[in-house]
Ligand binder design. Structure first.
Ligand code: UDP
Length: 367
């Protein structure tokens, strides 16, 4: 029996920091685990990352400051810098989450040092290999030793790819833990008052490259939002990448006159808005699921999703960057009848105890 298990947790982006927070909270209370917490600082921005460490009261991470860059630069720089930290700390196991370049770099650095890798959110597939995230999640699953899967579908995907049963651990979805724990705190947020919005508003978030790097797609979506804003207030906390592109395409002035564009929000203020919105229009993976958990209808400006259960339950609809579809779906899904329907949907992602199960499995293997 070992005295302490040494665990390295490697993250690099805002959503993964939020999702890993329940695990970090659990580890904080657990004397049998010695933690190394690494934040690669992929796309680091205080408004996206720094604020959360403070807000969530998490351990300060080892910060690697890899910054932005091409897919290869980010993954490569992450690999070099993470490897150095792992060699220093010598963990018994590395834990990565999701599908970012930091997830890939962390898993690859560990696997090449013969450090076993645990992947949280394993087995998700959009089956769209054009998305860098799809490449990352597939590769990471194939070099991981413990695959913590959130859904039955994810198990099926892994088995179809020939991954052995003994590597697969069905723990349910850790983002349910994060969403439920953080929403309890978020209820106290004063953000609605601060923004002076009434109770019938649409929340918008956009940051995927297929939507915000292509001017035509970005304009289609924002033109739809302007149409919608004629009958309902719209709040758009803007991602730095989207803001940069609006300025680059020289269309920021035009849209900001018509849509309430605000800075990205802290996670508690954001969850409060999400819980109160009539509908959310988003291309974020995490928000599609959080919307279902908080019973807010979702319209997703993508053509595929790895959160297929939200679609099967009709809590969410895929509209791509199609202006007509957005203008049709948002009012329909904002109605009182649709909200009644949403209230009856049972969250398929779990009971909020995934982080407990993950710790239990890691301890079983390493004690
Ligand atoms: N989020 C936030 N503030 C914002 C926008 C999003 O706290 O202004 C949170 C949101 O609740 C979710 C996560 O950020 O937990 C989603 O991040 P993002 O949309 O960047 O990424 P994805 O889920 O697509 O990977």
């Amino acid at each position: 029996m070992k005295d302490k298990i040494k665990v390295s947790i490697i993250i690099g982006t805002r959503p993964n920091l939020i999702k890993i927070s329940p695990l970090l909270r659990k580890i904080k209370e657990d004397q049998s685990i010695e933690l190394q917490f690494i934040n690669t600082g992929q796309h680091y921005d205080y408004e996206l990352d720094g604020i959360f460490i403070k807000e969530l009261n998490l351990l300060e991470p080892v910060f690697l400051n890899i910054g932005s860059g091409t897919q290869g630069e980010q993954t490569g720089n992450g690999l070099i810098k993470i490897e150095k930290e792992l060699i220093k700390f010598k963990p018994d196991i590395s834990v990565v989450i999701g599908d970012t370049n930091s997830t890939l770099a962390g898993a690859l650095a560990s696997a090449k040092l013969n450090i076993p890798v645990a992947h949280i959110e394993a087995g998700l597939r959009s089956f769209d290999r054009k998305m860098p995230e799809e490449i990352n999640r597939t590769v990471v699953d194939h070099i991981s030793d413990m695959l913590f899967v959130p859904t039955e579908n994810a198990i099926k995907n892994l088995k179809n790819e020939g991954i052995l049963d003994e590597k697969i651990f069905f723990v349910q979805d850790i983002s349910v833990d994060a969403c439920l724990q953080n929403y309890e705190i978020a209820k106290k947020s004063e953000i609605l008052k601060k923004l002076n919005v009434n109770n019938d508003f649409i929340l918008v978030t956009l940051h995927r490259q297929e939507n915000v790097d292509i001017k035509e797609n970005l304009c289609n979506i924002l033109d739809a939002i302007i149409e919608i804003s004629k009958s309902r207030e719209v709040i758009f906390p803007i991602h730095p990448r989207t803001l940069k592109n609006l300025k680059l395409f020289d269309i920021f002035e035009n849209y900001s006159k018509k849509i309430k564009i605000i800075k990205p929000l802290g996670c508690f203020d954001f969850l409060k808005l999400l819980g109160c919105a009539s509908c959310v229009v988003t291309d974020s993976g995490g928000i599609q699921k959080e919307a279902l958990i908080l019973k807010t209808p979702c319209v997703t400006t993508r053509t595929t999703t790895e959160w297929i259960e939200t679609i099967n339950l009709n809590a969410n609809v895929l509209v791509g960057s199609d202006k007509e579809k957005i203008v049709e779906e948002v009012p329909k899904r904002s109605s009182k009848e649709f909200h009644k329907f949403m209230k009856k949907i049972k969250n398929p992602y779990g009971d909020g105890k995934a982080s407990e199960r993950i710790i239990k499995y890691i301890k079983n293997v390493w004690n």
